[in-house]
Every structure is written in C-alpha cells, then in structure tokens.
Design a protein. Structure first.
Length: 574
C-alpha cells in the first residue's frame, strides 16, 4: 500500500487521466474497504495496473518485475515462508550468489527489506510488481501446502496409536509442523495454540497478547502433528490421558528458538500450547520497557542499592519476567554473582547461574532459595513468591545483604504489601526489606504505518472527565511529558488510533509496551506497613506523594500516540 500523496505524485508526473470525481469516489471507496487507493483505481478500470506500477518503478528508481507465468524455483520461493510473504506482500523470485531478488508492491517498505536481509542472510535487490502478479505468485504457496495436505490425506488416513512414531516422522507431517513453527516466528507470535475440534484442527497464534486464528488443518492429520510435536519435545507418544510438558529447540535463519510445550487432554483429542522463547534475546533497557522519566529514575536508583527486595507484580502474561530479566541485564557485571530459581527458565542469560524448579525431585522455590544462599550470591532472582516459606527466606536474604528480585500475582502495587503480610510475614520485615514495588500490564502499540489522529467527540471527552480528574491528568501530562497546556485543550484532546493495514494484520496495533505504577517504600510508607494500613490507604498516600497509577501511565502513553485509550482501558480492567 503506497501513501496517498505518493500515488497522487505518480499519477500527476506520468499524466494518468483521472477526473476529480473519479479520484474522490475511488479514494472514499479505498478508505471504506481499507484497500490501497491504487488497487481500487485498477479494480475500477480507471488506470491500467501494469502501466501504473511500471511508472511507479521509474518514480522510485527500482526495476519492474512481471511475475505472471514466470518460473520461480521452489527453493528460492521458500526462502521466505508463505505466511510471511503474504503478510508483508513480498516474493523471492530469484537468487544469485549472495543476492536475493525481491518483488514488492511497495518498495519503500524498508522495515520489511531489513527484516528479510537479517532472516535470509542475503543481500536483497528490490523490484516492484503489480498486486495481481503478486497474488498469483503467492498462490503457489497455497498450492504447495494443499498438495502437502493432499499427500497426507491420500496416504495417512486416520493414524492409529501404534503408528504414531511413524506418522510423526513422515516428511509431509514434518513440513506442515515446520510451516506452523516458522510462520509463528516470522509473525512475532508469543504462543501457538493447536486445538482439536470435532471435524478439523484449529491453529491460532497469540500476537501482541491477542489470539488470532491462522489456519485450519484436516482432522485426519491431527495425530500425526501431535506425534511430531511429542517427538520433538521428548514426550510419551502413547500417553493421551494426562497432561504432559516438554521443551525443544529449533534454528530459524541462524536464530536459536526454544518452544515450551504443554499438552492437555480435551474432548476432541489433545490440545497443544507452545510458548516461543527467543534464547538469544537481548535484555531491554528501562526506556525500551516503557518507563516514563520520573518512574524510571526511581527504578534505576532502587536497583543500585546493595540489598533489599525489588518486587514486580501483575497477572500472568503481563511482562513481569521480561522486566526482571531486563533489570538482571543492567546488574549483570563481572564483579557480582547472580543466581536464580525459576519455573520455567524462559531466557538463557550469559553470566547468570539459572536453576530450574523440579517439584517431583523436591527442588521447590523455597529449597532452591535455601541452596542459593550457600552459593555466595550478591543478587538473587526468585521466579515467584507463592507461599509463606518462600517469602520468609527471600526477605531474610534481603536482610542479610542480598539484593532479591521476585514477582507476585497482585492487581496493583499497593496490594502487594498486605498480600505479603497475609502470607504470614511480619509487617516489620516487609517494611524494612522492600525497596520498591512495580505493578505492570502490557498494552499494544499503535501501528506506525497506519496511525491517524483521533479527536475525541464531546460525549467521549465528557466520559473521560467523569472517569478521571482532568486537572490531575493535566498536571501529570505536564510533569511527565512535553504535552498538555490548558484544561480546555485537554477536554478536546487529540489521541491516536491505527486504521489497520497489512503490516499490522489490519488490527491497527504492532508490538507491545508496558504501563506501570512504581511504588517506592519511604519512611512514611514503612510506618503505614507497621500499623497494617489497608491497600487503599497505602495507594492514596502513594498517589499523594506523586505515584502515577497504571491507568494514568497508560493515558499519558495514549496522549503521546504510543497506544490507544481503548487498549489502556482493556488491559486495566483485566
């Protein structure tokens, strides 16, 4: 999809005959259908598609490639997996030495070009082609997969339990599973769900925190796919009645990826959920995590302290582990000994001694933490504080000169303190060992390619005013950003949204970022903990001393154009 202004320039420069009425009508239709304007012009017969893209090639100074009827070798085509080619509207059609020729409808899409340069390890040479030619080339992927499934259908039949190992090693089954895994990696999925239904098998990916249906597989390959995944994860092939957990690694374009596999018996078979873990992933900085300047400074100062506890809270999937690993990345220096007890180990970190909990062998968080204290650590990370015993050992470690990082499942920062006391930990221990509490959620970021300004109407602005103290919000925006001026301007705030495009899968969102509330434990908060103040009292005090709540943090990011109000409200209510 080319920018509208670029299309106008091409039409004008090369004298395409286009009346003002046709321009208005086709542009309105393109916006309504979320299609590229140039595609609508071609579909309506207003311009010739090939002629337009040949001229567009001259405009961008890239060669034109006609793909219709062109022979493309299978090994070249498959350098880019089919789903990726479809999402990013790009085809690899020729390879010569270290060079790969790519045909696209939008040669200005530098992000995709750079992405494919890294993934293929080849130097891209860009060509422009027509959407029609691209669609025909993309169909070759579908035909290939259909042929693969037809082979399975013709030869496999309903796989019996005794033949599971054989079925899981068939080339056709291996190709289907590889396609599912590779597509997930290229699409940036965090989880793969393979769900058996009555008549078929549904594959869904969790992308940016939201599940998205990807493909439907024939029912008769269900056992073969399941067997293949069990073989990869070293699980029991003949066990179908109890849950199983495993792990395997693959190499995708020189990137090592781990898949954590969970298999659960359900009514129509066994459901598989796989978590993708990028083993070589670099830890993020506090800025990349999404901390605003003032809360970031509080966090940075807290992790410099030689002892005490840093607690990160939030529900499952809120990015707690990523935050802890990022803090470990900052603390990971040659002069310190860092040890962890995790369940599971999600990322391998060089220079950190990581231990995996194994309850069956008696290796729990509490027993592992005891063992770590005999390993001369400076910094300890406990995956999660789940019970009184683990909490007490962690707090005692913090009291005896260790910096302890851990997570809890609470809805906000202030609730964490009463939660620890409810576990049976004495208030004075909680008060004098806790340095800081960070509560967080993950919100989807607006897609940069289809971001548009969204002015709130009077009704929405009034609703916002009912929900939030506008004057307080105005003050926060002035303090934490360069935005905001008068109350009148806040009442007519201009926010942003994503219109939806092919780069973001028509969702309007691409990527995620955290929204946070950071609660430091100061002298007055210590007094409140010791007298067992309620979470509400602690929260009111924290807000009074300048704490930005998660909801407020999210609204500031919405005003900055990072996310949307709807997205902030969605995750804040979870």
């Amino acid at each position: 999809m080319l920018p509208i202004n670029t299309v106008k320039k091409i039409l004008k420069k090369y004298d395409f005959k286009l009346s003002a009425a046709d321009a208005r009508a086709s542009l309105a239709k393109a916006e309504k259908l979320h299609k590229a304007w140039e595609e609508v012009l071609a579909d309506e017969g207003i311009i010739d598609e090939t002629a337009f893209y040949e001229k567009a090639g001259k405009f961008f100074e890239v060669p034109f490639a006609a793909l219709k009827g062109r022979e493309i070798k299978k090994e070249v085509l498959n350098l880019i997996p089919g789903p990726v080619a479809g999402t990013h509207q790009v085809i690899a059609f020729e390879k010569s030495g270290d060079e790969i020729k790519l045909a696209m409808t939008d040669p200005t899409d530098i992000q995709t070009v750079e992405f494919l340069r890294r993934k293929t390890g080849l130097e891209p040479k860009i060509y422009i082609t027509t959407p029609g030619d691209l669609r025909e080339a993309l169909h070759r992927y579908h035909a290939e997969l259909e042929d693969e499934l037809k082979i399975i259908s013709d030869t496999n039949g309903e796989v019996s339990t005794g033949d599971l190992k054989k079925a899981g090693e068939e080339v056709s089954i291996i190709n289907v599973v590889n396609s599912i895994l590779e597509h997930a990696v290229f699409e940036g999925a965090s989880d793969i769900h393979i769900e058996p239904a009555e008549k078929d098998v549904i594959v869904r990916y969790r992308i940016d925190g939201v599940l998205k249906p990807i493909m439907t597989l024939p029912k008769n390959i269900q056992n073969g796919v399941l067997a293949r995944l069990k073989i990869l994860a070293s699980l029991k092939l003949d066990e179908h009645m109890i849950p199983q957990d495993g792990r395997f690694k693959i190499l995708v374009q020189d990137e090592k990826l781990a898949f954590r596999v969970s298999i659960l018996p359900v009514y129509d078979g066994e459901k598989v959920v796989m978590r993708l873990l990028h083993e070589g992933a670099k830890s993020l900085t506090l800025d990349e995590l999404g901390f605003l300047p003032a809360p970031k400074e509080i966090v940075a100062n807290s992790i410099k302290k030689p002892h005490g506890m840093i607690l990160v809270t939030g529900p499952t999937g809120s990015g707690k582990t990523t935050t802890l690993y990022s803090v470990l990345g900052i603390l990971n220096q040659p002069g310190v000994n860092i040890s962890t007890v995790e369940d599971p180990i999600e990322y391998r970190v060089a220079g950190v001694n990581q231990s995996q909990v194994n309850p069956k062998a008696g290796f729990t968080f509490s027993s592992g933490l005891r063992a770590l204290l005999r390993q001369d650590p400076n910094i300890i990370m406990v995956g999660e504080i789940r019970d009184q015993e683990t909490a007490e050992i962690a707090i005692n470690a913090a009291m005896t000169g260790h910096l302890v990082l851990s997570t809890l499942h609470t809805n906000d920062a202030a609730t964490t303190l009463p939660r620890l006391m409810d576990m049976g930990v004495p208030p004075f221990l909680v008060a004098y060992t806790t340095n800081i509490i960070v509560a967080q959620r993950l919100v989807r970021k607006i897609c940069e390619y289809c971001k548009k300004e969204q002015k709130l109407d009077k009704a929405s602005a009034a609703e916002l005013n009912k929900t939030f103290d506008i004057k307080h919000l105005l003050g926060l925006m002035k303090k934490h950003t360069k935005l905001g001026a008068s109350e009148k301007e806040v009442m007519s705030l201009n926010f942003f949204k994503g219109e939806g495009c092919r780069r973001c899968g028509d969702t309007g969102y691409k990527g995620r970022i955290g929204i946070y509330e950071v609660l430091p434990i100061d002298a007055d908060m210590i007094k409140m903990i010791n007298r067992r103040a309620t979470a509400a009292e602690m929260n009111d005090y924290a807000r009074g001393t300048g704490m930005v709540t998660m909801l407020e943090d999210g609204l500031i990011k919405a005003k900055m154009g990072i996310t949307t109000i709807n997205e902030v409200l969605r995750v804040s209510k979870e």
